[in-house]
Design a protein around this ligand. Structure first.
Ligand code: HEM
Length: 267
């Protein structure tokens, strides 16, 4: 006997039997929790560092090479903007509002947070093989022709579920490896090389770079390269499918496309 005599049979099955089309399924996580958490902490810190770094530059928009740099020395180049300090010669007859206090404090706080997040991500990536498996370009892809093919293909929208849409292509992998192993370590090194407390403990960090002012100039250019990476990175995510990729980077999951209807399903 099926069901209880007082309960109509249909109400037991209602939500399940009525659904003939299979709903989209949530698959196993695409990005591990530690990758997602450290990624979004890095994004927050990056924007804090960018804004506060801009404020710090405004306090002295002249760049030098070597150890010494001040208003009495010849700059390597000058950014043609007014300064937030009236002692800095800029050619403008007014000074910008001084935002140095909070911006320096936030810059250093965000730098330590991003370093800790980066370290956790790097340890995870190295010890679990994530970098080797998912980020290092595959052997067959390490050629100019692969780069060119993927570059040309990047400019059309990848429909969700297209083969390979869930893995990183060779361009993304190269950009990620460059950011993780070259740009981020360099921006941290050049940043630490400007800190008298750090260089007192590790003088090699500034000597190897050729001086504190060289460290500052390199830090400035590497920050621009990081900003360029973020612009290209977000553009590629938009082209590959912003909603799907963002959902995966936030929740960790990808939605499986509904299975294609078999010939026998057609009426
Ligand atoms: C400082 C800025 C950023 C850095 C350094 C960065 C770095 C990275 C890295 C290294 C990955 C690969 C993670 C892995 O699988 O191990 C990644 C993936 C991703 N990032 Fe960023 N990112 C930045 C900013 C952003 C921003 C602003 C957005 C969105 C608005 C974003 C959205 C994503 C998404 C959706 C993925 C997954 C891509 C995919 O599935 O194809 N990122 N990012």
């Amino acid at each position: 006997m099926f069901g209880h005599p007082s309960i109509p049979l249909s109400s037991c099955y209602a939500p399940f039997v009525a659904a003939t089309a299979s709903p989209p399924k949530l698959r196993t996580p695409r990005h591990a929790a530690i990758v997602r958490v450290t990624h979004w902490i890095t994004v927050l810190c990056f924007f804090a560092l960018l804004i506060t770094g801009g404020e710090i530059v405004i306090s002295h928009p002249r760049f030098y090479w070597g150890e010494v740099g001040n208003v009495m020395t010849r700059p390597l180049f000058t950014i043609p903007i007014p300064s937030s300090r009236d002692t800095v010669p800029t050619g403008y007859h007014y000074v910008m509002p001084d935002q140095n206090g909070w911006s320096r404090a936030l810059h250093f706080e965000a730098a330590w947070v991003v370093m800790i997040a980066g370290l956790a991500y790097a340890l995870y990536g190295l010890f679990t093989g994530h970098f080797r498996r998912n980020l290092l370009p595959e052997k067959g892809d390490r050629s100019w022709s692969s780069f060119r093919r993927v570059f040309a293909k990047s400019f059309h929208r990848a429909p969700p579920g297209e083969p390979g849409a869930e893995a990183y292509n060779v361009l993304q992998r190269t950009a990620y490896i460059a950011v993780i192993f070259v740009l981020f370590p360099l921006v941290i090194w050049t940043g630490l090389a400007m800190s008298p407390a750090f260089t007192a403990a590790a003088p090699w960090s500034v000597i190897l770079l050729g001086g504190r002012q060289t460290a500052r100039t390199l830090h400035f250019f590497i920050s621009w390269l990081l900003l360029l990476f973020v612009i290209v990175h977000v553009t590629m995510i938009v082209l590959a499918g912003f909603k799907t990729r963002m959902r995966a980077m936030i929740t960790g999951r990808v939605v499986e496309p509904p299975p294609a209807r078999r010939k026998t399903d057609r009426r």
